[in-house]
Design a protein around this ligand. Structure first.
Ligand code: PEP
Ligand code: MN
Length: 339
């Protein structure tokens, strides 16, 4: 449930309400906005049946949340969340672009691609060091060496790093090098992993599962939030369908639908969403037009030789054009790309 406090509720009153909720076994989450504070309380509401909270000093009203996801819901927080990750903002008027190769293959390619995407306006460098490959015989990533290259390349340009965590046992290693932890589509319902990144208090990029409904996607985000981590970016990256012309169906309607249900920022990944380099520009444009708070794009200097996802990687020159177009579309929507 949500406890909406009166605008003049003071610290002592707030603490009293929190103490009372915790006494009855509730977990509490404070959300302090400019005008007033809201307390989210999760627990068994039957415990409070004959101890009405609405009579406590400072309480304006008590609203039950009927949705299965609570902390990430619009009911808990009306205004869109704007994350500020080391100065790069995502959400609200701010659009953030993550770009780089599918996998970190070696130092040289990463530095070259990083420099090109930075110059075009991307501020977050992506690249996999631990790769979730469909085949166990395919390139699995460079591991820690890849993480080191990512950190070094990003630092040399003043960029942030986003990279995927596949296994809770690698979390400490990944946290040494990255600014944003990516949870991939195949792990969207790996609840152990979600809880670990929830505890880690690091910004999380959560990708939609291959066949996950929007509700399941938001429930996965709720796992992270319920551990006390609200720095979550959702990523629509395409869902499975019957058509084989594209790798997935990039579900652009999910962007406004999620925004009607949740306060979290939502970005789109046209690379995995379509699997086709010729679809990246039009779908990136469409995603921004549909209200996406950012993009994740795979860029490679020589896609035909890429060790993974060459078919969907675009050249740095094509990324230049994409960024130019995205900035124009953003401006028409009174938004801007973070640079
Ligand atoms: C990726 O971004 O490198 C990736 C593997 O994406 P997804 O989990 O969406 O397939
Ligand atoms: Mn990829």
């Amino acid at each position: 449930m949500i406890i909406v406090l009166k605008p003049d509720a003071g610290e002592i009153e707030i603490q009293h309400i929190v103490d009372r909720l915790e006494k009855f076994g509730f977990k509490t989450y404070l959300s302090k906005a400019a005008e007033r504070t809201i307390i989210g309380a999760i627990g068994d509401e039957r415990a409070l049946r004959d101890k009405p909270l609405s009579t406590l000093p400072g309480v304006e009203k008590v609203v039950p949340i009927l949705k299965p996801f609570k902390l990430v819901s619009k009911e808990f927080k009306k205004e869109p969340t704007v994350l500020n990750i080391k100065g790069v903002k995502i959400g609200g008027k701010h659009i953030a672009v993550m770009a780089g190769p599918c996998s970190v293959e070696n130092r040289n390619m990463l530095f070259y691609i990083a420099e090109r995407v930075y110059r075009a306006g991307a501020r977050i460098l992506r690249g996999g060091a631990f790769k979730p490959r469909t085949s166990p015989y395919a390139f699995q990533g460079l591991g820690e060496e890849g993480l080191k290259f990512l950190r070094e390349a990003a630092d040399s340009l003043g960029m942030l790093v986003v990279t995927e965590l596949m296994d809770p046992r690698d979390i400490d290693l990944i946290l040494k090098y990255t600014d944003i932890v990516q949870i991939g589509a195949r792990n969207m319902q790996n609840f152990r992993l979600l809880k670990e990144v929830g505890k880690a208090k690091v910004p999380v990029l959560l990708k939609r599962g291959l066949a996950a409904t929007i509700k399941e996607f938001l429930m996965a985000a709720e796992y992270i939030a319920s551990e006390g981590n609200n720095d979550i970016i959702l990523c629509e990256r395409g869902i499975r369908s019957f058509d084989t012309e594209t790798r997935n169906i990039l579900d652009l309607s999910a962007i406004p639908v999620i925004k009607s249900m949740s306060h979290l920022p939502v970005i789109a990944d046209p690379s995995h969403g379509t699997g086709r380099s010729d679809c990246i520009l039009p779908m990136a444009q469409a995603a921004i037009a549909a209200g996406a708070d950012g993009l994740m794009v795979e860029v490679h200097h020589c896609p035909e030789e890429a060790l993974s996802d060459g078919d969907q990687s675009i050249l740095p020159d094509d990324f230049d054009l994409l960024m130019k177009r995205v900035k124009i579309i953003a401006a028409t929507l009174e938004r801007h790309v973070e640079e």
